[in-house]
Write a protein that binds this ligand. Structure first.
Ligand code: SF4
Length: 402
């Protein structure tokens, strides 16, 4: 329900939705909250903000020449933004209560309640919420971009490989699979923590990096726990990574069974179709393993999200990476339900990749060259028109927020 009015000669819109509350004042201030009252997004002077459950806030804007820019707010800036929203909503609430502002149609019970809850979200409650978040979750390392608004359930912790030189998401976290009772307790803690904010979440993401390497009998038991605790279908189904390939491999029949239990899409960090580059990156498995996994997943009726690492191996591997990646993707039975993500290699000095690249005198690709590499791959992909074209987009891990 959308309620409109005027405040200081500016329009005010209060949008009361089943899953969130959005307040707009004039054309330059918009604040959205989940139904537990957590600040979720904001828009101020054409800069958009997204707050993660861990309290971090990323700001994004377009430059006059239409280039995308991004910056993470300092703790002080994040607190100022929260306080700005808090004071704005508190003042609005007071004026509405005093009938100094009238909105049409008038707020109903849910509208008043959602507004009161959101207006109470100040720096103190934001800090307390972050403390609770860390009691429930081990830091969520990364998610695919279409899963930033999922509810993450950490069935396993860490990555079962932890060898890839370009990845440090789980370096300090040994891989382990949760026991059933422990997982149930985790899900209950997540539900209590999210509270009414659960309604904002659109899917379930089974964490961490590699939950689908869990052997079938154990995985089925863990998924049964998810079904006991949550309405999987109404939450949009289950999504997960399958990364690196060794040990138990799941068959098309296994994936069909997982699809029956709500599995919708599996994300695969393929990185490249060029085997020597995968070796150089210390990525477990071969391009053939990736292809086999995609065939098995698709054979079981589950969609895939393929992630390609742009810039990997610098100029030394540039053209081999392009050629073999095109060739591998063109061999996959992809369709309109699948995704292909182009993710730029992000180098920081803590990564073993940077040291190895230096030892091998690799010349890195510039940002423009990485974008061109993605375009070269994309322009040469051939899909079966009968199956349809997968959605292709960019994946910037520096913008990840949960
Ligand atoms: S398999 Fe994935 S999560 Fe694990 S180290 Fe490699 S890139 Fe990182």
């Amino acid at each position: 329900m959308v309620h409109q009015g005027y405040w200081n000669n500016q329009s005010v819109t209060i949008s009361v939705k089943p899953n969130c509350l959005t307040i707009s004042v004039g054309s330059k201030e918009v604040f959205s909250y989940d139904l537990a009252g957590r600040l979720w997004t904001a828009l101020l002077d054409e800069v958009s903000y997204r707050r993660g459950l861990d309290g971090k806030i990323v700001a994004k804007w377009l430059t006059p020449d239409k280039n995308r820019r991004r910056r993470w707010l300092s703790p002080k800036e994040a607190a100022d933004l929260i306080q700005h929203g808090h004071l704005l909503l508190r003042a609005l609430l007071e004026k509405l209560r005093n009938k100094e502002i009238m909105v049409n149609p008038p707020l109903d019970e849910k509208g008043w309640s959602d507004l009161e809850i959101a207006a109470s979200f100040d720096i103190g409650s934001a800090e307390a919420d972050v403390v609770k978040y860390h009691q429930v979750y081990k830091p969520v390392g990364i998610l695919p971009p279409d899963q930033y608004i999922s509810v993450v359930l950490q069935a396993a912790e860490g990555c079962s490989f932890n060898t890839c030189t370009f990845c440090d998401f789980y370096r300090d976290r040994p891989f382990r699979i949760k026991r059933e009772d422990e997982f149930r307790e985790h899900i209950r803690a997540v539900k209590t923590y999210l509270g009414k904010g659960l309604s904002l979440r659109r899917t379930i993401f089974l964490g961490d990096a590699n939950a689908l390497v869990i052997p079938m009998p154990r995985l089925i038991s863990l998924l049964e726990v998810v079904h006991d605790e949550l309405d999987v279908e109404s939450l949009g189904g289950i999504f997960a990574f399958l990364d690196g390939f060794s040990g138990e491999r799941k068959t098309p029949q296994d994936f069909a069974r997982l699809a029956e239990m709500g599995l919708k899409r599996v994300y695969i960090g393929m990185e490249s179709g060029h085997a020597p580059l995968l070796k150089f990156l210390r990525k477990p498995g071969t391009p053939q393993d990736v292809l086999q996994a995609v065939q098995n997943i698709k054979g079981g009726g589950v969609a895939v999200g393929i992630i390609v690492l742009l810039g990997a191996g610098g100029k030394t591997y540039e053209m081999d990476h392009v050629r073999d990646t095109i060739q591998l993707i063109n061999t996959m039975p992809l369709d309109t339900n699948d995704l292909i993500y182009f993710s730029e290699l992000v180098e920081n000095e803590n990564l073993p990749y940077v040291q190895t690249a230096f030892q091998h005198s690799l010349q890195p690709l510039s940002t423009e060259e990485r974008i061109q590499q993605g375009e070269m791959i994309e322009n040469n992909l051939i899909f079966n028109p009968k199956r349809g074209i997968p959605h292709i987009s960019r994946y910037d891990i520096r913008e990840f927020v949960y």
